[in-house]
Design a protein around this ligand. Structure first.
Ligand SMILES: *Cc1c(COP(=O)(O)O)cnc(C)c1O
Length: 397
């Protein structure tokens, strides 16, 4: 999945455009920037590519999530429903606003279980935040129907699923808001960066202001701008945006190579009795960044994960215990470890985590292994890898 594998002359050229003018900031200094507006260029190109009206570039995927929530009016005491299997950014972005993360079970899509979402809705719920983990998506029609019925926002975290589609539409463009990360290990990278896309003009205007101290960005005298509401600084630098412009030009090729490599691995694993694959909702197409598969039970999954390592196959993730993408690994969250005080609302909700039944998620995650798909592999190398994986898995099953 990582765009950093193909960093090259295109990125250097874009960065040099910025270095030559010396204008490292995305706003202002119009006469000195040699006509280069890398952040704006990225936003225009990206919105068009994603089929969205608007794009706001920010400093990270995490700040994109916070900015998206803030732009939609979510704040202290509001509940946001999120999955038990995700990156820590999900709850971080919610807590940053004083809002309340409500963690619910996932299903064999490795994303939000719609039934668990519906069961978690209260009078304080404002938003449902599916996270399209490891390149594939949640059942978006089912979640959209729940959101419409209960008048909730649907915010897609597509940080790991750039380039995947659902019923012909880009992931991230289907909910009220969609967020992306361009950190160093994502499908394309800015070094650090993130983006929000939306078709809602007011959310876009709010996010534009929120990520830059509330500036209204009207006129061309930054010092004279007014501040309709309080914001924060989640701006991206022009240098980071420049890297992103070059990487965006490579996105289609990246997805194509991932699909080729994924298909070789998947076809090989599909011949093994006892191996099954994550469920992809009908009408969905993955971005092919991981091959995620199930073993019959926890014990076999652990053995297979070990055997893959011993067999010389790198980059296989057993999220259930060996990583920090599942609630099992979030001791700091479950034990309310915070440098400062948490609000009573937040504390009351987090205290429930140790007594919440996540056995449905456990039953899925304990059997799941995700195998990273790299883009630097030649066809020969992928075939060799697939054969090694098969041998390692067969040695256990
Ligand atoms: C990477 C990631 C983020 C956060 O992105 P950063 O740019 O690293 O802040 C959020 N959600 C998911 C699912 C991610 O994988």
């Amino acid at each position: 999945m990582p765009g950093f594998e193909i960093f090259g002359d295109e990125e250097r050229k874009q960065v040099n455009d910025v270095l030559e003018s010396g204008i490292l900031m995305r706003y202002g200094f119009d006469g000195m920037r040699n006509g280069h507006w890398k952040a704006k260029e990225f936003e225009t190109t990206f919105a068009e590519k994603m089929g969205a009206e608007y794009c706001q570039l920010v400093s990270s995927g995490t700040s994109a999530l916070t900015t998206a929530l803030a732009s939609a009016g979510i704040g202290a005491g509001d509940e946001v429903i999120m999955p038990s299997f995700t990156f820590v950014a999900s709850f971080e972005s919610i807590l940053a606003l004083g809002a309340i993360p409500v963690l619910v079970n996932i299903d064999e899509t490795l994303t939000l279980d719609p039934a668990a979402v519906e069961a978690a809705i209260t009078s304080k719920t404002k938003c449902v935040m599916p996270v399209h983990m490891c390149g594939s998506m949640a059942d978006l029609d089912a979640l959209q129907a729940i959101c419409t019925k209960h008048d909730l926002l649907l915010l897609e975290d597509a940080c790991q699923a750039l380039g995947g589609t659902y019923k012909g539409r880009q992931l991230g463009s289907i909910g009220d808001l969609g967020c992306f990360s361009f950190d160093f290990v994502k499908t394309i990278t800015c070094g650090e960066g993130g983006a929000i896309i939306t078709n809602n003009k007011q959310f876009y205007i709010n996010s534009d202001q929120y990520q830059d101290h509330g500036h209204d960005h009207v006129g061309n005298d930054r010092g004279a701008e007014i501040h309709p509401a309080m914001g924060y600084n989640y701006r991206i630098s022009e240098l980071h945006a420049a890297v992103g412009v070059a990487q965006l030009g490579k996105l289609d090729a990246i997805i194509e190579i991932q699909k080729r490599n994924y298909t070789i691995v998947r076809n090989e694993l599909a011949t093994i009795e006892g191996v099954t694959f994550r469920e992809v909702p009908e009408g969905g197409e993955e971005n092919y960044s991981f091959v995620s598969f199930f073993l019959p039970n926890e014990e076999l999954a652990k053995k297979v994960h070990k055997a893959l390592g011993k067999g010389g196959v790198d980059a296989n993730f057993y999220w259930y215990t060996n990583n920090w993408h599942y609630i099992n690994g979030w001791e700091h969250l479950r034990n309310l470890k915070s440098f400062g005080n948490l609000s009573t609302d937040v504390r009351n909700q987090l205290e429930k985590l140790n007594n919440t039944d996540f056995s449905k998620s456990d039953a899925v995650m304990s059997r799941t292994i995700s195998s990273l798909v790299k883009i630097g592999w030649t066809e020969e190398e992928v075939k060799e890898r697939a054969a090694k994986m098969k041998a390692a898995i067969k040695s256990v099953l």
